[in-house]
Design a protein around this ligand. Structure first.
Ligand SMILES: Cc1ncc(COP(=O)(O)O)c(C=O)c1O
Length: 387
């Protein structure tokens, strides 16, 4: 059966060029980057080179890059690390964050911190004035994502970071979905902390970055040896780090052209589905949105049923973030945007990527509308609506 993968916001395949860059560090160049002998030194040189590459692509300094095990660890480190080092007990985040941020904030709440969760508008945007109103003398950290993983809405990070800086609090952004899709320049954004995850941009799973602006008050969260200049203990994942740097380099080099191509494919898909089916609604900002992402609500149908029917014809999509699929709760992102729970249940996320072609879009346009029509015919909510 043909496979059409349209779930690139969940994860991406590792590019062959990236695998090639990683391979020697599994076998002949297997040294521990902390070892003094020549094999260790080669591993150290590879990690240093990767750090330089990642720093250059974020417009950061190499010493501001800390390698982690991925987006979840970077988010935890940023939030818990600042909370542990800060002079206050108040943290601000938004209602549409990934659970790596939301649940870390919830854990802090249990430990006695106060957490303000900012609302979003119907397009998923946080209002900088709302943030200004929430900041207070005890606020140590503001964590707001750069681009949303379910609907793709891009936040006004520069403005939000500026408002935060006036108060003296630390600003963190989760750029896990943004990296490789749009420019991520820490100076232009004015952020203090920024999270990345390699597997979202055709790098390996289990490796990521926490950018820490020099001078930021933050404690290490994982203690042990003196790795990463004492900021994150543990033997470095040399192949992963090398692969991530190569993946970021490639993604940034191809970004403009690829973003245009994905946008064209996405528009074709969006127009094709809204033209063929009634009662379809776009979720997320109509323009200020990641180029590859399309989140649609199909009224009177269950997201899970659509997902499984699509899977049966080889099409892989998602009903929201991968981490919440399988739960019966409607998406917290969609409900925060004011989508009614019964409609939120009928939402699908198509996230396009490098291998997708016009032909893939045509395949979905051929297979999917009959699925929705069939499910609607069976749905009690359709019958209620037409009764
Ligand atoms: C916005 C966002 N933050 C964090 C994560 C977690 O990253 P990782 O899978 O590397 O732990 C994800 C992954 O889905 C994400 O989309």
């Amino acid at each position: 059966m043909r496979t059409v993968y349209m779930d690139h916001s969940a994860t991406t395949p590792v590019r062959p060029e990236v695998v090639e860059a990683m391979l020697p560090y599994f076998t002949e160049q297997f040294g521990n980057a902390s070892s003094v002998h020549h094999l260790g030194q080669r591993a150290r040189a590879a990690v240093d080179e990767a750090r330089d590459i990642v720093a250059a692509h974020l417009n950061a300094r190499p010493e501001e890059i800390v390698f982690t095990s991925g987006g979840t660890e970077s988010d935890n480190h940023a939030i818990r690390g600042v909370a542990a080092a800060g002079r206050g007990r108040h943290v601000i985040t938004s209602a549409v964050e990934h659970h790596a941020v939301l649940n870390t904030c919830k854990a802090l709440e249990k430990e006695g911190f106060e957490v303000t969760v900012l609302p979003v508008d119907e397009n998923g945007l946080v209002d900088p004035q709302e943030l200004r109103g929430a900041l207070r003398p005890g606020t140590v950290l503001v964590s707001i994502m750069m681009a949303n993983n379910e609907v793709g809405t891009i936040q006004p990070i520069r403005e939000l970071a500026e408002v935060t800086a006036e108060s003296g609090a630390v600003f963190h952004t989760d750029a896990v979905q943004a990296a490789g899709k749009m420019p991520v320049d820490v100076e232009e954004l004015g952020v203090d902390l920024l999270s990345l995850s390699a597997h979202k941009f055709y790098g390996p799973k289990g490796v990521g970055v926490l950018y820490i602006r020099a001078g930021t008050r933050i404690r290490p969260m994982q203690v042990g040896g003196h790795h990463e200049h004492g900021r994150r203990a543990g033997t470095e994942n040399v192949p992963g780090i090398v692969g991530m740097a190569r993946a970021l380099e490639l993604a940034c080099a191809e970004m403009d052209e690829e973003a245009q191509r994905l946008k064209r494919l996405r528009e074709h898909l969006q127009k094709g589905l809204t033209g063929r089916l009634e009662d379809v609604q776009l979720n997320g900002h109509p323009e200020q949105r990641l180029p590859h992402l399309l989140n649609l609500t199909f009224a009177y149908v269950e997201g899970e049923s659509m997902l499984l029917s699509l899977d049966a014809v080889g099409v892989c999509v998602s009903t929201g973030s991968a981490c919440t699929s399988g739960t019966l709760e409607p998406s917290h992102v969609l409900t925060a945007m004011g989508v009614r729970p019964e409609l939120a249940h009928g939402s699908l996320r198509f996230s396009l990527g490098r291998m997708n072609t016009e032909d893939d879009v045509e395949y979905v346009l051929e297979k999917f509308p009959p699925i929705v029509r069939r499910l609607r015919e069976m749905s009690p909510t359709t019958r209620e609506a037409s009764a």
